[in-house]
Design a protein around this ligand. Structure first.
Ligand code: SF4
Length: 274
């Protein structure tokens, strides 16, 4: 039986995509080389964490050069510590891309955002039907502002679509965790959730897209049921393959050679008639 005591929205997204992939990563501990985009995203997040923390302390925004320097320090550290899969991109180009993203946040968004708290860890106990704890749902909330909105900062190669924001389980998780965090401080609220996605373009300046959405108590309850169902599958060692979709290919799944070696030889022969 797999012994897992916490899940995060990110690891749950992997489980939803393919339970077998999740098993290789979290039960067998087979960590894959991180992609360059992950190094950019993590370093961007570290720069924004410094911006939010300082703004909370002083009420002032750090300047763009200071944030860019923080980003570069983080990028160099992470890139130096990991065997990164740059996926054909140059590390220098990836580093510069993140600098443009950080500057876009500072230019477009920083001044108007005023924090109440930043980087809050909110663990949630996931209970079985009989009230027994299955484990925890853990997440770090990026930013809660004086406008009462909880915000998730991300980087991406494309503008987020409306469906992505409406259907994001991570935002539902943000909503419920924020509600609990506020309730612990004696505040009853139904916080709107927002995704702030920084996107770099080759031919025009980087931009930050903001998409706001609502979640309800029902959405939160559904999400907790979903997390509980995943815990039950993990406890029962149920990790079916999900072979249908973009994620299941030798290029997209780093476990393909373990999981479906027979398909590596046969894939080039696949054709669609007509
Ligand atoms: S090869 Fe396909 S089925 Fe196997 S772990 Fe990867 S995504 Fe899942």
């Amino acid at each position: 039986m797999a012994e897992i005591d916490h899940l995060s929205p990110t690891s749950i997204r992997m489980f939803d995509r393919c339970p077998r992939q999740w098993m290789y990563r979290y039960v067998q501990g087979r960590k894959l080389r991180p992609a360059g985009a992950l190094i950019v995203g993590g370093s961007y997040h570290a720069a924004l964490e410094m911006w939010g923390t300082k703004k909370l302390e002083t009420g002032k925004d750090l300047d763009a050069d200071t944030l860019a320097d923080k980003y570069i320090d983080e990028f160099d550290r992470r890139a130096g510590e990991e065997d990164v899969d740059w996926e054909g991109e140059s590390p220098v180009a990836e580093r510069d891309r993140g600098v443009r993203l950080v500057r876009a946040h500072r230019r477009q968004r920083a001044t108007s955002l005023k924090p109440v708290w930043v980087e809050a860890d909110v663990p949630v106990d996931i209970l079985d039907a009989d009230g027994q704890s299955l484990g925890r749902l853990v997440q770090r909330l990026d930013f809660y502002g004086v406008d009462g909105v909880v915000r998730d900062f991300k980087t991406s190669s494309k503008k987020p679509g409306a469906a992505e924001v409406e259907q994001s389980n991570q935002l539902t998780s943000y909503y419920g965790a924020t509600k609990l965090h506020l309730a612990a401080q004696g505040i009853q609220a139904d916080p709107p959730v927002a995704l702030e996605v920084a996107v770099d373009y080759k031919t025009r300046p980087a931009e930050v897209y903001v998409a706001q959405a609502r979640r309800t108590e029902e959405d939160w309850r559904e999400w907790l049921e979903h997390v509980a169902a995943i815990y039950r599958m993990i406890r029962a060692d149920i990790f079916p393959r999900n072979t249908e979709g973009w994620h299941c290919s030798p290029q997209k799944c780093g476990y393909f050679h373990l999981c479906r070696p027979h398909r590596i030889l046969s894939i080039p022969a696949a054709r669609v008639a007509g």
